[in-house]
Ligand binder design. Structure first.
Ligand code: BTN
Length: 230
């Protein structure tokens, strides 16, 4: 597995024919959502991007598909049950074990290609997370006591992703709703400069979260930063 700046950027710079997979041992410039850095400068996780040709309906829910596939893989690898944090994080013991990132590559006269990126923490011990992540991040090693080889995690993820990509939208959304423990609970969500607090009412068929604010207004969110009260 190579060293690259970012598997997303590498596939974007000269896209092979989809489907294609690129997993890195180390990324020197891994990034997450909203342009944040994704710490992956050590070979302690699964840092992988998958280039896919998907239709617009699949593209809308691709991050949910990726999150479900990752949850399936974690279950197969560890017997642990991760919870889903809308829109595309996975938690174990209320800490982030994985995050997904969906980006697109525009094409002339054709729908865009999709880049699905997964960062899954595998081997980190507490001392190997940066200080600001020590309380909020976790690895499969910490959660399960097992050192799962990266190749095994990759194979499990790709198998589960293939299965989930073949599911219809209703089944994906049903699976996602079943794994989302925060429905009906109060969430605080940062959306850009705004912080919203409200009850999670539903995840609709487009994968958007409906949040009922204190005065009754429903805000439909397409992405955001969620902070759940304990
Ligand atoms: C997030 O939680 O914000 C998403 C993190 C996605 C990280 C992965 S690691 C493989 C791929 N390459 C990147 O630069 N980012 C994604």
């Amino acid at each position: 597995m190579p060293v690259v700046s970012s598997t997303q950027d590498h596939l974007r710079s000269s896209p092979p024919t989809p489907p294609a997979v690129l997993a890195a041992e180390i990324q020197t410039k891994g990034h997450g959502r909203q342009g944040r850095p994704w710490i992956s400068s050590q070979p302690l996780g699964l840092w992988v991007s998958v280039l896919l040709e998907v239709n617009p309906e699949q593209l809308r829910i691709l991050s949910l598909v990726g999150a479900l596939a990752t949850a399936d893989a974690i279950r197969v690898l560890t017997d642990l049950e991760p919870s889903l944090k809308w829109p595309n994080d996975l938690l174990l013991q209320d800490r982030k074990v994985a995050g997904l990132l969906v980006e697109t590559i525009a094409r002339n006269h054709q729908p865009p290609l999709a880049l699905l990126g997964l960062g899954l923490n595998l081997h980190q011990q507490l001392s190997e997370f940066p200080d600001d992540l020590k309380k909020t991040a976790i690895s499969l090693r910490q959660a399960s006591g097992r050192l799962i080889p990266r190749s095994q995690a990759l194979a499990a993820f790709l198998k589960c992703l293939d299965h989930r990509l073949h599911q219809n939208q209703e089944d994906v959304l049903a699976g996602w709703r079943a794994g989302f423990p925060h429905m009906g609970r109060t969430l605080t969500i940062r959306v850009g400069e705004e912080t919203l607090s409200g009850i999670a009412e539903k995840v609709d068929n487009a994968g958007h979260l409906h949040l009922r604010l204190a005065h009754g207004e429903i805000r439909i969110l397409t992405s955001g930063e969620t902070n759940f009260p304990a």
